[in-house]
Design a protein around this ligand. Structure first.
Ligand code: PLP
Length: 466
């Protein structure tokens, strides 16, 4: 056996190669409250329950109690009533998947179910469409505000629509869709309306935004992630339904085998009690007042960064973000925002490249958390310097013939060998090792139509996990 200290030393050494998860320098993927002792509390709570199995809440009633507590807290925050019910899931994607599944299952008479999404809705809904055979009707958003267009959304609803989705806020631009008119239109047509508040649900109740929660007539479900702005460890989200009848179709039971009757509320069957216990402990420790303070800090920090970005020549913020997510684009063509991302990386910041999509130009995504309070000036100074460096480097040039060649490729007919060649040409062929600077890789990927880009990146994932 290897000594526990040696095992942990090995793990620590591996972790040293990761982006930092604390300190506010990684502006995507991670959420840092900067509350002292929170990690330790969560780790201890996780350890207390990680061997417990949520598969059978009658055998492990502690988990039943924890889940009901967590769901009640989320419902209270999001305008729930005495009828509101919910489920703790493993993350935002699972919550969205289950909302789509429940909507589809509740309308068995619809032969070709579809769901109406603003084109800014999270990709989790495309995954749900893929898994559950629900057709996506993607509706253009306002090209300036990036908010869903209520009239266009209403016009897209048909008798086959089982679900209408809105975001509060959207991941890509951090704006809140007009929930009231869209939920009203869904209700009028007998369709469910899901508010994807996965990322903003724990913050928006403390921000000055239009109503987006269960107080809005027609809202039938809301997803809100605990592992985002509730600052819980990864692995928990809540899917709320306005009442138990709406949730029923999300559940699954099978007595058609010789073992125990499988009875599941989520896509998982065995469920570790660890993430739930850790989330419960964090929610209890921080409490309502604590979350209000954390939300205010993150919102104030985001405002400072947003205003600061607008003061940097060559950059502008897309739309008018109302929460803590900011999308920053270039005002001209003299540099590439993806080069700015590389320059920021060289200055120990991670900002996330977002490719152009319909009316949204290529941009950099920033998830601002409470841990950014106090480091805004440093961030903005480094952003300004990064733009200057990107201007000095000039735009990344991809030869027009390369763009044309990429555009002509059909992802469905390419062989594994051809994909290997493409990966190498895109700079992704180094056995899964990414180049230090990604702007050229991103420029090539940006030239690929989305379906080809998806395939190239799926091949790349295969390389990583081999
Ligand atoms: C609006 C929204 N929905 C869904 C998700 C998916 O959440 P997860 O990554 O936890 O699966 C995210 C993630 O950022 C999100 O921002």
């Amino acid at each position: 056996m290897t000594a526990p200290d040696d095992v942990l030393a090995e793990l620590r050494a591996l972790r040293a190669g990761d982006l930092p998860t604390h300190g506010g320098r990684t502006l995507a993927y991670v959420y840092d409250s900067a509350v002292p002792g929170l990690d330790d509390l969560a780790a201890r709570a996780h350890a207390l329950a990680s061997s417990v199995n949520g598969l059978d809440p009658t055998a492990f009633p502690s988990l039943l109690r924890l889940e009901n507590d967590v769901v009640a807290t989320a419902a209270r925050l999001l305008g729930g009533t005495a009828a509101t019910v919910g489920t703790v899931t493993s993350g935002g994607t699972e919550s969205c998947l289950l909302a789509v599944l429940a909507a589809r299952e509740s309308r068995p008479g619809v032969a070709a179910p579809s769901m109406v999404l603003p084109e800014t809705a999270h990709a989790a809904f495309h995954k749900a469409a893929h898994y559950f055979g629900v057709r996506v009707v993607a509706v253009p958003v306002d090209p300036k505000t990036f908010r869903a267009d209520p009239d266009a959304m209403a016009a897209a609803i048909t008798d086959d629509t089982v679900l209408v989705v809105v975001s509060a806020p959207s991941y890509a631009h951090g704006v809140v869709d007009p929930v009231e008119p869209i939920a009203a239109a869904a209700r009028e047509r007998g369709a469910r309306c899901h508010v994807d508040a996965c990322i903003g649900g724990w913050i928006l109740p403390h921000a000055d935004v239009e109503p987006f929660d269960f107080s809005v007539p027609g809202v039938t479900s809301i997803s809100v992630d605990l592992h985002k702005y509730a600052y819980c460890p990864k692995g928990t989200s809540v899917l709320l339904h306005a009442d138990a009848a709406l949730r029923r179709a999300q559940y699954f039971a099978s007595a058609d085998w010789p073992g125990y009757t499988m009875l599941n509320s989520t896509t998982q069957s065995t469920r570790s009690g660890g993430p739930l216990a850790a989330a419960w402990a964090v929610l209890r420790h921080i409490g309502d007042d604590g979350y209000r303070d954390l939300a205010r800090r993150a919102l104030a920090s985001a405002r400072l960064i947003r205003d600061g970005v607008d003061g940097i020549a060559g950059l502008r913020v897309l739309g008018a973000p109302e929460s803590t997510l900011i999308a920053v684009t270039a005002t001209g063509e003299d540099f590439d925002v993806f080069t700015v991302a590389d320059e920021m990386r060289a200055r120990n910041w991670y900002v996330q490249p977002q490719f152009a999509h319909r009316s949204s130009p290529a941009n950099l995504h920033l998830t601002v958390t409470a841990a950014n309070a106090g480091n805004e000036d440093e961030l903005l100074a480094d952003l300004r310097d990064s733009v200057a460096a990107a201007v000095a480097a000039g735009p990344v040039a991809v030869a027009p013939e390369v763009v044309a060649a990429i555009g002509a490729l059909d992802p469905d007919s390419l062989t594994p060998q051809e994909f290997a060649g493409l990966l190498a040409a895109a700079g992704l062929g180094g056995g899964g090792v990414l180049p230090e600077r990604m702007a050229t890789v991103n420029a090539l990927l940006a030239a690929a139509p989305p379906a080809l880009r998806e395939r190239i990146l799926v091949e790349f994932l295969g390389v990583l996990y081999s």
